[in-house]
Design a protein around this ligand. Sequence first.
Ligand SMILES: O=C(CO)[C@@H](O)[C@H](O)[C@H](O)[C@H](O)COP(=O)(O)O
Ligand SMILES: [Zn+2]
Length: 197
Amino acid sequence: MDFQQRILDHFNASIDTKTYASEVLPPFIEVASQMMVQALVNEGKILACGNGGSAGDSQHFSSELLNRFERERPSLPALALTTDTSTLTSIANDYSYNEVYSKQVRALGQPGDVLLAISTSGNSGNVIQAIQAAHDREMTVVALTGRDGGNMASLLGQDDCEIRVPATSTARIQEVHLLVIHCLCDLIDEQLFGASE
Ligand SMILES: O=C(CO)[C@@H](O)[C@H](O)[C@H](O)[C@H](O)COP(=O)(O)O
Ligand SMILES: [Zn+2]
């Protein structure tokens, strides 16, 4: 096995996916950033959820709002619903794993908040139910998806925004999701705190 070539194959596939995504995603990323800025300006917050690597992305996003991205600025209200193991395990144990995020959204979400729903397949049941709960709470949804958008895509309304990575590999989709998250953080700072040098 030629591991050097295998590594290069990963790098090249990731580069190709990002190049293709750069041709289709920027307008959706801008809209999503505007949705988030509107929530923050109106004293709202952003909740984030996903599974596996997307749980990590949820926490990556919330930490960059709560702490900072690349500039000194006040903390911004964001919360990853993926971290409280007592809450997650009790809901999964007492009800269903599909409800681990939706029950938190129903408790924490307020009208005007945004849910960042992350799923490479668009078919994770707990993320789907989180979207339904967000709509019930009069929240809007930014969906980070891939493939054909899955069942999440058909749940989204005209006030929501889907950022769908044009790829099928979970790893390649996630690599673009992280770039999208950093674009969102940058655009939020630019709109809230002025153009950077
Ligand atoms: O990170 C990876 C694969 O790269 C995995 O942990 C992946 O996140 C898990 O299989 C998730 O359960 C996939 O869920 P989803 O992205 O389809 O919603
Ligand atoms: Zn991964």
